[in-house]
Design a protein around this ligand. Structure first.
Ligand SMILES: C[S@@+](CC[C@H](N)C(=O)[O-])C[C@H]1O[C@@H](n2cnc3c(N)ncnc32)[C@H](O)[C@@H]1O
Length: 297
């Protein structure tokens, strides 16, 4: 990691440490719209973020601090297809709202993990879990770019307004793919930019929203997930959060096996060279064809 990316990550960590501390003085909400000056959060509530995105039934089932600590831009638990007994991982779990809601859906046979790099957020989430009486949850310290969980160990990954903060989004997508079991699902809410925005505009608009590392465009997000190996990718913008920037629901699946990739590579090889398909398949061939990707947009 370069010094610059390390500095950006520290900035994100400080911002959320201050936000977690501020929960006790009830001055917080939203991933975005927060300013950090001198390490102290001066956080304003932005429209389109926070606990207003959850229904009254969900809000009533959780401790007040878990609700106040909601800093997301969507409701990933509502979009993730959770089943009894699932193992769920929330990337950037903050005060734990989505972990606690997931835990209620998956029941005692399941397990919901929250991953966060900020000690103050982990402490808040653990306190909220205790208050909620949740026994099937665990909050783990670590980064979403190097997830401290084994390969193929999770059924569903959720995340709420966090991946836009990452300085290494390809690593996040690759790690999400690695820890998901075959057929595992991704159901996340995130801030994305319209495709016409330049990288500089994405950074500027993202920075205004507090998404310090800069949001990806919808096309870049789709390509990043495809490169990591995901299939059945859908990205649905839900509400505009700034000029050219939208909160969106992202769904994707890890294939049951890599066989479909090999079949696709063989088909590509045959159409390119007219060979029988028994020639050498390279990593270039193992990426889904642009045609197949385009069709899913
Ligand atoms: C916008 S808040 C969202 C919290 C939670 N998902 C919610 O909806 O309330 C972002 C959270 O992600 C964590 N975070 C940001 N970047 C991270 C990274 N690279 N690795 C791990 N956690 C990260 C922050 O500490 C913070 O708790």
């Amino acid at each position: 990691m370069t010094e610059h990316t390390e500095a950006l990550r520290d900035q994100v960590r400080q911002r959320y440490a201050a936000a977690a501390t501020a929960i006790h003085t009830a001055t917080t909400t939203s991933c975005c719209g927060a300013n950090v000056s001198g390490g102290i959060a001066d956080i304003e509530i932005s429209e389109g973020f926070g606990s207003q995105l959850y229904g009254p039934t969900e809000r009533h089932r959780l401790p007040a601090d878990a609700i106040t600590a909601s800093l997301g831009c969507g409701n990933p638990v509502a979009i993730a297809d959770l089943h009894e007994g699932d193992r769920v991982l929330d990337l950037g779990s903050g005060g734990g709202i989505d972990v606690l809601l997931s835990a209620q859906r998956i029941g005692p046979a399941g397990k919901a993990y929250g991953l966060d790099m900020t000690d103050e957020m982990l402490a808040l989430a653990r306190a909220n879990a205790t208050q909620a009486g949740a026994t099937n949850v665990e909050f783990v310290k670590g980064t979403i770019e190097a997830i401290p969980l084994p390969d193929d160990s999770i059924n569903v990954i959720i995340s709420n307004c966090v991946i836009n903060l990452s300085t290494d989004k390809p690593a996040v997508f690759a790690e999400a793919f690695r820890v998901l079991a075959p057929n595992g699902r991704l159901g996340i809410a995130d801030v994305l930019a319209e495709n016409h925005l330049t990288p500089q505009q994405c950074a500027e608009h993202g920075s205004y929203l507090g998404c310090i590392a800069g949001a990806l465009t919808i096309a870049e997000y789709h390509d990043g997930l495809t490169t990591a190996g995901f299939i059945d990718i859908t990205i649905t913008p839900t509400h505009q959060v700034a000029d050219g920037m939208h909160s969106a629901i992202v769904r994707a699946t890890k294939p049951a096996s890599t066989i479909h990739l090999i079949q696709e590579a063989r088909r590509q090889l045959v159409s390119e060279s007219g060979s029988s398909g028994s020639d050498k398949i390279t990593s270039r061939h193992l990426k889904p064809s642009p045609d197949a990707t385009q069709a899913k947009r």
